[in-house]
Design a binder for this molecule. Structure first.
Ligand SMILES: [Zn+2]
Length: 355
């Protein structure tokens, strides 16, 4: 199966456009047209992950953490990232990353973690509001004959997604006017003459993260020398997507019960008491501290927290259960196995256990 078809259900599950603006998700190595029979699922990509992919006959690695995050200045095989990249390329291994889009996905990282801890039986709500829902309205004017190619460019650029709908757009017919001056090569009209043409105004929506590349794609597809593309920032109500969750249980549980369900190494900080309300945030929990306190939870379960965050929680009477960064994110890999349309295996890389 082609790589793009393998990734389609994953992209529907965790759309790239929902990643945080600072993130770097998507295909990092390889081609959409690569043939993929088997996928290796992992939290991080290191050289040994690439070795594992080769050994186990995988052509694609799907990773939670982006391997390329900061801009690379060289591919000299000195640092971990260039070394891993070069090894992947030499072995024809493609690498795809789903990071904050997977954190935010319904059924994603935090859902899988809460499920692994048996916390989903009661009431569940979001923990940290995400900044993903920063949108812009994009308006493009184009002659009728080129409407379809411009729409295609809008879709390719990530525009037109609203909830579970895509290709969302409004169009209206009107009359555009211009006068091509000296040195122009107008698509329509004649140099030096006022020209009026029938045009379509296309209006759609795009995330702020996608809009710079969207503009490039629309310009490429647009037949005019000087296409008019207007971008208006929109202020949507916040809190439509959340990072992490607050689970209110039907009954109180003891810490030991949660630790037994988890079955792996944990670090507990705080005072032991019966637990009814739990904040869950996979990975680094720092951004969840304020919301865990506001939510008056008994326990904050996360991958890792720094000293000051632990102090802040303790001061507010919130206990913390740390699972290790990678370990707290690994449960989602099983969910990805269900989603992918080809055979997949979960990496045995021991960094999952790194605390
Ligand atoms: Zn992480």
């Amino acid at each position: 199966m082609k790589l793009k078809d393998v990734l389609k259900p994953l992209k529907d599950f965790a759309p790239e456009s929902t990643a945080e603006p600072w993130d770097n998700v998507g295909l990092q190595v390889g081609s959409q047209l690569d043939e993929v029979e088997k996928v290796l699922l992992t939290v991080d990509v290191t050289e040994s992950t690439v070795d594992e992919a080769v050994e186990k006959g995988c052509q694609l690695i799907v990773s939670h953490h982006p391997m390329i995050f900061k801009p690379l200045k060289s591919l000299e095989v000195a640092g971990l990232v260039p070394r891993t990249l070069v090894k992947a390329i030499k072995n024809n291994i493609a690498i795809y990353c789903a990071h904050t889009n997977l954190d935010l996905a319904e059924g994603g990282v935090n859902h899988a973690l809460s499920d692994a801890l048996g916390l989903l039986g009661g009431r569940v709500k979001g923990l940290v509001p995400s900044g993903y829902n920063e949108f812009a309205k994009v308006v493009v004017y184009v002659s009728e004959d080129a409407v379809d190619q411009v729409k295609e460019a809008l879709w390719r650029g990530g525009a037109g997604h609203i909830g579970n709908y895509d290709h969302c757009l409004y169009q209206i017919e009107g009359t555009g006017q211009f006068r091509p001056l000296e040195g122009t090569d107008p698509y329509l009209g004649t140099q030096g003459e006022d020209t009026q043409i029938s045009e379509i105004r296309l209006e759609t929506i795009v995330s702020l993260r996608d809009y710079p590349s969207l503009i490039e794609k629309v310009k490429e597809a647009h037949p005019y020398e000087e296409p008019v593309i207007d971008v208006f920032p929109l202020h949507f109500p916040k809190n439509t997507r959340y990072m992490g969750m607050i689970c209110t249980l039907d009954r109180t549980v003891e810490l030991e019960e949660l630790q037994a369900r988890w079955g792996k190494k944990t670090l507990f900080v705080g005072e032991k008491k019966p637990i009814k309300k739990v904040a869950v945030l996979g990975g680094s929990g720092g951004r969840g501290v304020e919301y865990a306190v506001k939510g008056r939870v008994d326990l904050f379960v996360t991958g890792e927290l720094d000293y000051h965050d632990l102090i802040a929680l303790q001061a507010e009477g919130v206990a913390a259960l740390l699972l290790g960064h990678g370990a707290s994110e690994a449960p989602v890999l099983e969910a990805l196995q269900e989603i992918l349309p080809v055979d997949s295996i979960i990496s045995q890389n021991p960094y999952f256990e790194t605390f």
